[in-house]
Structure formats: structure tokens, C-alpha cells
Design a protein around this ligand. Sequence first.
Ligand SMILES: NC(=O)c1ccc[n+]([C@@H]2O[C@H](COP(=O)([O-])OP(=O)(O)OC[C@H]3O[C@@H](n4cnc5c(N)ncnc54)[C@H](OP(=O)(O)O)[C@@H]3O)[C@@H](O)[C@H]2O)c1
Length: 434
Amino acid sequence: MRDVHVGVVGLGNVGQGTLAILAANADQIALKLGFRLKVTAVCSRGVASVNLPDELGHVTRTADWREVVSNPKVDVVAELVGGTGVAREIIDGATAHGKSIVTANKELMALAGAEIWDKAIKSKINLAMEASVAGGIPIHAVLREGISGDRVVALAGILNGTSNYILTEMERRGESFEAMLAEAQALGYAEADPSADVDGYDARSKLAILSALAFGERITPSDIFVEGIRRITAQDFDYAHQLRHTIRLVCGAVQTERGLILSVRPALIPQSTILASVQGAYNAVWVKGHFGADTFYYGRGAGSNPTGVAVVSDLMRVAREIRSGSPERVSPFAHERLGEYKPVPITFQHRPYYLRFRVDDRPGIIAALAGILSAKKIGLEAVLQLPCDTKHDLPFVITVEPSSELAIQEAVAEMSKLTFLREPPLALPMEPPL
Ligand SMILES: NC(=O)c1ccc[n+]([C@@H]2O[C@H](COP(=O)([O-])OP(=O)(O)OC[C@H]3O[C@@H](n4cnc5c(N)ncnc54)[C@H](OP(=O)(O)O)[C@@H]3O)[C@@H](O)[C@H]2O)c1
């Protein structure tokens, strides 16, 4: 069968990993496909100084992506640039020229995935985006194929390796958030501006894509409650351990009677659950199906090679579809729009909560806090205080019985006015065992 020709735009971490695998694994790929995947054109603005693997043979180099999407030889364009500007133009340009597309772009697919898929279907091209969520974990294939016969009722994931590295190192070594962020930056895990990772926005894009795939609804980042990990301290881990829990940045999508509750936030999770054992820069996704119950997926969430594998596997799938003449017909973002999984505000969430205070110690503190909880009809469960050297910045924790997020938010707002508090209380939900 005739080769399928690939054009790669973006030759950074993911682009280089993709080309290296296409070069080193070319024979295996050809055996699996029954034809070869040939890299025909590559593009980046600095393409002149990029080293390409010799095994790729002759490849057209260009600094202008338009020359790739309009190249008559190219069958599939891999968009590995990132962001929502030029990447969108590349995808639109490739669609307009009838080229199939593979992308690793979570930001763009979370924001505009539904429109991009609709256009692709109309243009009878194939589109694949496995690498956009949890790099090395083939979670799209799982949701679109592996367990597509089930009806997903909940999913929870650790989808940001940088935050997970910071949290698990804080836990292991008792270090501060700031120290572990600096280390993650030195190791190249975190960007100079770490906001997308530690404030939860990167994970939010990924959750938007995953929950759209899992629930078949049009879900965008603005439907998702987001809170980052900057306020977590090493002491929070000490308290969480006392409660036989740990703390992770949990991406959750849970179907309730009211609708779908979506959040990215630090949460206490029982130490006994599999998610709690996800360490360092690893990612994991747990999915609960109505019929098939629990399944769990684990692997590297990023990196040149794991993400490269996801891109190459997508290229292979799209190439097979091109050769068999089978274009996409149904968008994974909104197949039927049943309305059954409408996103609803986080305030409907019902959980036990962990409330951590830092106070200037004086008599009457517990009574004042308990008074506010009781006025909001929140049942107090336990008070924990570990030994501390100073009375002026004394941490302690109150855990409360299952309560609505709304009641907790209102109680926290009231408590924040109390003059003995050094900072507003930190409220973390305590997730049930998965
Ligand atoms: N890194 C990971 O582990 C990972 C994991 C999963 C998903 N992703 C996603 O994969 C995508 C790429 O990430 P990355 O880490 O590989 O990024 P990166 O290292 O910054 O690479 C981006 C590439 O795009 C090129 N580029 C930028 N603007 C361009 C333009 N106007 N025309 C042509 N080329 C252009 C850059 O080269 P020039 O500056 O020379 O043009 C560079 O080669 C992003 O969507 C990211 O979210 C990354």
C-alpha cells in the first residue's frame, strides 16, 4: 500500500520526540500498519538550525507552516506548536486543505475542540488529540474505544505532573511549597512562570477535554472550578497523615442528581486509594462506569518520548483511517448532547471538609469558630493540633461532617473576618475512597 505522508509543524519537546520515534521505530510502525509513515515536511521558525534524524531521509524544511498545510504530498499535519493563536490557524489551514490532523494541544482543544471537530467532520478529515491529555496515558482511546460501551458516572485524575511532583516532594521531605517549586524549575519540570501548573489551569484544560469525552457534553474550562496548590504547607501533610489521608491536586468530574460537578483543586484523599500512591511527575486517571465499575490508568504525563508515542500512535490511527477511507463522523465532544450531564456550580458539592487555621493564640478561638460552623449547620467532626513552637502563628485543623460547598464557602468568609486569624482558613474537601 502507498506510504502516508506526514508534515510536522513545531519541533520542540514533542516535535523532536515524535520525529525521533518515527525515525527509530519506522520498520515496526510499517509492520503494524502494512505501509510506511513518511515524514515529508517539517516546520518551525528556527528550522534551519534543527537537527533531524538521518533515518528520515530527505525532508522539506520550511519556516512557514502554510507551506506544510498546502503541500500536496502531505496527508496528515501534526500540530505541535501549542497555544491558541497560530496553532488554530495551522489546524484551520490544514482542514481547509483537506489534510487530516494530529494535535497535542490541550489549551486549544479545551477552548475550541467542539468547533474544530465539527469543522473536521464537515470536511471529511480525521482528527486525533491523544497527546493533549496525560501525555503517555492513552486515555482518549480508553474513553472513545476501550470503555465506550459503559456510561461514565465519575472520573478523578492527577493530570499535572509539575504540581504532583511539588506536592509529593513536600510530603516526602517536609519541605515548603516555595522550595519544591524552585527545585521543579531547576529540574525543568516547571516553567519560569509556573502559574499554568501550580494554579491549576493546565489541569483544568485537560479535565475539560476528558470530561467532554467521558460525558459527551460541551464542556469548556469556564465550567470548571479551579484552585491551585500555593497555600498547601508541609504541616498540611502532617495533619492529613493524622487523618490517614494525603493531599493531591485532584481533577474531578462527578455526575450528581443536580448535574455534573467539575473541579480542579487540592483535596485530601485516603492514603489507601491508588491515586494517593501516584508520585512525582506521574499522571493517573480513575474512571467509574455505571456498568463496568472502576478502571485505573497510570503513566507519564509529559516528556518528549511519552508524548511522542501518543502523537505517533495517533498518526498511525489517522493513517489507517485515511487508507481505509473512513473519515470521522461523530465528534467526541458532543455526540448527542443529551443535556443529562449539564455542568453545575461547585457549590452543590457535598463532602466532609478539612479546615486549617493559622491563629494568634488566645482564649475563645474554638468557641468562635464553632459558633460560625453551627450557624451554618455544619457539624464539627474533630479538632487536631500538632505541637508547635509559637503561639503567634499556631496552626490547627477542624474536620467537619459532610456539608455543602456553599455552606463551607459562607463559613470561611465569616471566619476570615475574625481578628485572631493570620490568614483566611484553608478549606479542602475530603474525597471518598475511589
Ligand atoms: N512538553 C510536553 O511534555 C507536552 C506534553 C503533552 C502535550 N504537550 C503539548 O504539545 C505542544 C507542544 O509542546 P512542546 O513542549 O513541544 O512546546 P515547545 O518545546 O515550546 O515547542 C514548540 C515548537 O513550535 C515552534 N513554533 C512556535 N511558533 C511557531 C510558528 N509560528 N510557526 C512554526 N513553528 C512555531 C517552536 O519553534 P520556533 O520557535 O523555532 O518556531 C518549537 O519548535 C503544546 O500544545 C503542549 O501543550 C506538551
